[in-house]
Design a protein around this ligand. Sequence first.
Ligand code: C5J
Length: 225
Amino acid sequence: MITVPADPFPYAFPPGKVALIVIDMQRDFVEPGGFGESLGNDVSLLRAIIPTVAELIALFRREGWPVIHTREGHLADLSDCPPSKIRRGKPSLRIGDAGPMGRIMVRGEPGNAIIPELAPIEGEIVIDKPGKGAFYATSLGADLERLGITHLVFAGVTTEVCVQTTMREANDRGYDCLLIEDATESYFPSYKAATVSMIAAQGAIVGCVAPLAALSTAVEKSEAA
Ligand code: C5J
């Protein structure tokens, strides 16, 4: 087992049974002209975590542990997008409308792609999800079962929406979860802070929380031992 100092207690994981889930680091959320900005958000805040997420991905790749990427988006005919989701947001630019990076939140459009800095490599699983949670209406559960994964490490955006929703889904399915707090971000700093504390509250009711340095040091120590 590798043990990471974490909040509210150390997070221990078996190296062969851990996977990284990088949530929605896609152009629609992180770059100007996408869904995030169409909702009135300043996307610049999210760009700050790109180097940390890249470092975390590199750590998993170096160790040969699975890296799984997710993208929130919909089929071109929007048949997998509830009308209630389309109705919300700004009337001028909604899901399916033509935006500066193609149709907003539609699979295969330029804006739906994962940002080039964090692009998946050959063999990595990419989950296209219509919802906020990555388990809903996707193959993620079956993929993790096939890989024999019991422990999940989380990164990505946004902390209080898709990251938290997926962590809660994972928690209910019995996975032991760790959120890397400097590899996740929100358009709203106070929402991130609240989410990070509620995840670890009540004896890690959703999961543990640690900075990337704590995970990296724990992995290095286990290799030196
Ligand atoms: C949102 C996400 N915020 N990836 N999606 O709509 O968190």
